[in-house]
Design a protein around this ligand. Structure first.
Ligand SMILES: [Fe+2]
Length: 186
């Protein structure tokens, strides 16, 4: 397949806020959008009833979703917990499993959780300047363990697509919980 010709472009990325200028799409995930993801269902329902907080937002510059293209986006994952569990993204496999992704931490701190359908799992601490590599076939989810927004930039192949359904059914291999001694992986 021949990729659609696309003119060169540049984007302005604010390392502190994650603002990407220009962007062509913005996705918001509120707590009510990810009800099955958190272990403490009653804490989640309480928070949803109390105002349904914004958990994270993604700014993206869209290019054709085809082989050869690279999609750039920033994610702003807000601080907070559901019970003892830190705010996190929904997490996904790529629909085209043999596609990877690169994450660059910009601001705040957290974890990049990874797992495979064969039972492999990994947790990469993330923060400003840390590059996390998501190999092909690995599901990925990020968690904010700090008191400020955890902001990161990501680049992934245009044809990758997102498979959220498998995670919604299977859950993720690890959870990150707030404890007196700091974040704990379970
Ligand atoms: Fe991805």
């Amino acid at each position: 397949m021949t990729a659609t010709p696309l003119n060169p472009f540049s984007l302005l990325l604010d390392f502190r806020s994650g603002a990407l200028q220009p962007y062509t799409s913005r996705t918001e995930r509120h707590l009510s959008d990810m009800k099955g993801a958190y272990a403490d269902r009653s804490a989640l329902e309480h928070l949803v009833d109390a105002g349904d907080p914004l958990v994270y937002e993604v700014l993206q510059y869209d290019v054709p979703e085809e082989v050869g293209q690279l999609i750039c986006c920033t994610t702003v994952l807000h601080p907070g917990t559901v019970g003892d569990e830190y705010f996190m993204t929904k997490g996904h496999y790529h629909s085209v499993r043999e596609t990877g992704e690169v994450y660059l931490g910009l601001c705040g701190r957290g974890y990049l959780l990874l797992m495979t359908e064969e039972g492999g799992h990994s947790a990469t601490p993330m923060g400003p300047g840390i590059v996390g590599y998501v190999p092909p076939y690995w599901a990925h989810r990020t968690v904010n363990t700090g008191e400020e927004p955890f902001v990161f930039f990501a680049v992934y192949p245009g044809q990758a697509g997102h498979d959220y359904g498998t995670i919604e059914q299977s859950g993720f291999a690890q959870r990150v919980l707030r404890a007196a001694e700091g974040p704990v992986l379970k």
